[in-house]
Design a protein. Structure first.
Length: 101
């Protein structure tokens, strides 16, 4: 498994435990480019409403998205979506870095 694959595997387990729906778009050269994962979950106090965030996974030690990924995340934030970069710390725990302008 690649170092980034380890992060994705940990994130998938975490999202499953949190009862989140997660979508991992693949890029075949058609349509818009996207980050690694879109995660959806229901709000407890408003059961008919769902919220979503965009997540980019990076291998341990990387805490910044590429320029292209940063542009995608900035565009998603313009529409009100929260965006995160996720990596692993030395103990293989997920580290979340919210991306802001």
């Amino acid at each position: 498994m690649t170092p980034e694959g380890r992060v994705k595997a940990q994130l998938k387990k975490f999202l499953d435990r949190c009862n989140c729906y997660h979508y991992w778009p693949t890029d075949f050269g058609y349509g818009k480019r996207m980050v690694d994962c879109l995660a959806f979950w229901r709000l407890q106090h408003v059961p008919d409403v769902c919220t979503v965030c965009a997540i980019e996974c990076k291998r341990a030690g990387i805490t910044k998205p590429t320029k292209r990924q940063a542009l995608i995340m900035r565009e998603l934030r313009r529409y009100g979506m929260r965006t995160f970069l996720v990596t692993l710390n030395d103990n293989d725990h997920l580290l979340w870095f919210e991306q802001k302008d």
